[in-house]
Design a protein around this ligand. Structure first.
Ligand SMILES: Cc1cc2nc3c(=O)[nH]c(=O)nc-3n(C[C@H](O)[C@H](O)[C@H](O)COP(=O)(O)OP(=O)(O)OC[C@H]3O[C@@H](n4cnc5c(N)ncnc54)[C@H](O)[C@@H]3O)c2cc1C
Length: 471
């Protein structure tokens, strides 16, 4: 029987899944119907939890090297500078949370980093290759791919629909995409240069009478471009001239000339959730399963987390244990519904012109996502995110728990007691405490505190960094 996993769609979701599978030596093909890689910045906010996933997948250094922290926004009303604002105030890392702040990188660059890492495992995105149909049976999926008018039939063990909001996979399965599309609100978005503006800052330009109705220009790392965003009125086609009209109307000066428009689109609020995320051997992930408003920067991040949740479960199924596969929908659909609620709330605030509409709290960082049983009251329980902590290895070298977790494996920690038998199992001891076998030494009690651990506490950290049930 084939072990191949076919991933339809090479956006951030499909790329993350392909990468997670490829590093497990699972045969994977990833196809995208687009002829060229997407060039826009749209999902340009990488949330703290996604940075942790990127750490595990070996792409964090590249993402940090290419990106930048969230910029200060300079607010101008009626042409006058009024104040400076940030979406959220930067905070210092803690022992449990090493990457606590949003990180900015244009989505096309994030995708390129994921593609480069995937290529290290010998997997390349097959561009210009559309999934056009499929059937499934007890043993696998038979899919049809079309490229340059030529058809290919592929037999795969599993098919993943990471093919975006208009998902062919979801439509072929007839899974309802429930929610709404609001045609009354449209946003004009684009990547453009505005060399008269200092690229160190973001900008908000609006009339003094209507301070919340204006345009935003957010700097993008790796060049001189800004991401432009404004509510669109009228029916004009998106173009450089149209963006310039908005700038001239709101910025109150005549020297801001836009150039180099490399991506432009009109976005309509499409807020939807697929009724099911799984049908037999076929799974939906990312925008194919949930479509978000861009407020709150959740869509791309949620898709990446879907992929990360699904990868190790598919690997287990291909190794003979398919009992975990059902938990994908149970865990991720609940999260997607919550995240949709959050981003819709932020969209409403923006539409209502509420003053804090641009502010972002910790709830947007995705660090608090948990798959725990809602009736569970313990401070740390199965389903919670496994926190980081500084420890020392057996040679006294400072390392972190995340270093032990990094890779496709699960990890077992035994606090104050000998490690379990088997690989990736460690005792976590206090300084001076002796145990035989693999161990790390807690630094200032951070690991014990983070895991609410007493002598003898054992925890299983799943491959995706959440606490699992120990048998
Ligand atoms: C202006 C804007 C700002 C945003 N800001 C943020 C943000 O700050 N943070 C955030 O998290 N999210 C943000 N988002 C949302 C984010 O861009 C999306 O959630 C994200 O792109 C979804 O990734 P995906 O891989 O699931 O789908 P997509 O990126 O849509 O990728 C799907 C891929 O599937 C391919 N495809 C489609 N059909 C087929 C087929 N039949 N066969 C093969 N391939 C197919 C498509 O060509 C495409 O490449 C923003 C969106 C917009 C519009």
């Amino acid at each position: 029987m084939t072990q191949l996993v076919l991933v339809a769609g090479a956006g951030p979701t499909g790329l993350t899944l392909a990468l997670d599978l490829a590093r497990r030596d699972i045969p994977v093909r990833i196809v995208d119907k687009a002829a060229m890689f997407f060039a826009g910045s749209r999902g340009d906010g990488i949330q703290p939890r996604t940075l942790e996933v990127f750490d595990d997948l070996g792409v964090l250094d590249a993402v940090l090297a290419e990106g930048m922290p969230t910029p200060v926004m300079r607010v101008h009303l009626g042409g006058e500078f009024v104040t400076e604002r940030r979406m959220s105030e930067p905070v210092e890392p803690t022992p449990a949370v090493p990457y606590p702040n949003l990180w900015v990188l244009g989505q096309s660059r994030t995708e390129a980093v994921l593609r480069e890492r995937l290529a290290e495992f010998g997997v390349r995105v097959e561009l210009g290759t559309a999934l056009t149909g499929f059937t499934q049976d007890h043993d696998g999926v038979t899919a049809t791919l079309e490229r340059d008018g030529t058809r290919e039939t592929v037999r795969a063990a599993y098919l993943i629909g990471a093919d975006g909001g208009k998902s062919t996979v979801r439509r072929t399965l007839g899974i309802p995409f429930e929610g709404s599309t609001d045609e009354s609100l449209r946003m004009l978005l684009g990547d453009v240069r505005a060399d008269a503006l200092d690229h160190e800052f973001g900008y908000w330009f609006a009339d003094a009478e209507e301070p919340m109705q204006g345009i935003a220009l957010s700097p993008l790392p790796g060049g001189r471009q800004f991401q432009f965003a404004a509510p669109l009125t009228g029916d004009a086609e998106p173009s450089l001239e149209l963006l310039q009209e908005y700038v001239d109307r709101y910025c109150g000066r005549d020297d801001v000339t836009l150039t180099d428009l490399t991506w432009v689109t009109v976005w309509r609020p499409n807020i939807r959730l697929a009724r099911r995320f799984r049908d037999g051997r076929v799974f939906l992930a990312g925008d194919a399963a949930h479509a978000h408003p861009p407020t709150g920067g959740q869509g791309m991040n949620t898709g990446i987390q879907d992929a990360y949740n699904l990868g190790w479960k598919l690997a287990a199924a291909l190794a003979g244990d398919d009992t975990l596969l059902d938990s994908y929908e149970a865990e991720r659909r609940t999260v997607a519904a919550d995240v949709l609620g959050l981003s819709s709330e932020l969209l409403d605030k923006l539409v209502e012109g509420e003053e804090d509409a641009m502010e972002r709290g910790p709830e947007t960082q995705q660090l608090n996502i948990s798959y725990r049983d809602p009736s569970e009251r313990a401070p740390l329980a199965v389903g919670d995110r496994a926190p980081d902590a500084p420890v020392k290895d057996e040679t006294g070298r400072p390392v972190r728990l995340f270093d032990l977790f990094r890779g496709p494996h699960a990890t077992v920690l035994s606090f104050g007691a000998r490690a379990e038998a088997g690989p990736h199992a460690y005792a976590v001891v206090r300084p001076g405490q002796q145990v035989a076998g693999p161990h790390v030494v807690d630094v200032d009690g951070h690991a014990h505190a983070a895991y609410a651990a007493t002598e003898g506490t054992r925890v299983l950290v799943r491959p995706d960094g959440y606490l699992g049930a120990l048998s």
